[in-house]
Design a protein. Structure first.
Length: 124
């Protein structure tokens, strides 16, 4: 009888563990929706316009599906970039200015344009 109770207890714990793991994998990593476009400030709107001209050919911004490069929705809401580098302004700026893998470098990006783009990316 004790073996049956221990087996049930072990099965219950296994089931509970699987359920908790599933919830963490599906719920803990969900990205909040981007800030609606009509709620962006002037700098963020300039960043959005720059994104549309310079980045949207290869990257999605408001959906999580990759295009030619990784989707950038939630790029600053995760601890790491798709490359494994920390998700911070310095790393994103370096990637834009110097390129990485298939992403071409954009060395002539004006500092104000970079600030505007970063401001927009933080809204995603």
């Amino acid at each position: 009888m004790k073996r049956v109770q221990m087996k049930r207890s072990t099965n219950s714990l296994s089931t509970l563990y699987c359920l908790l793991s599933f919830l963490c994998l599906t719920g803990c990593h969900s990205i909040p929706p981007p800030t609606p476009l009509d709620q962006l400030n002037a700098q963020q709107m300039r960043g959005h316009e720059l994104f549309q001209v310079r980045c949207a050919l290869c990257h999605n911004d408001r959906i999580s599906e990759p295009l030619h490069g990784p989707a950038l929705r939630g790029v600053f809401k995760k601890p790491y970039l798709p490359s494994g580098a920390p998700a911070n302004d310095d790393r994103v700026t370096s990637t834009v200015l110097h390129g990485r893998n298939l992403m071409p470098a954009q060395p002539n990006t004006e500092p104000q344009d970079m600030d505007d783009l970063l401001s927009y990316l933080h809204t995603l």
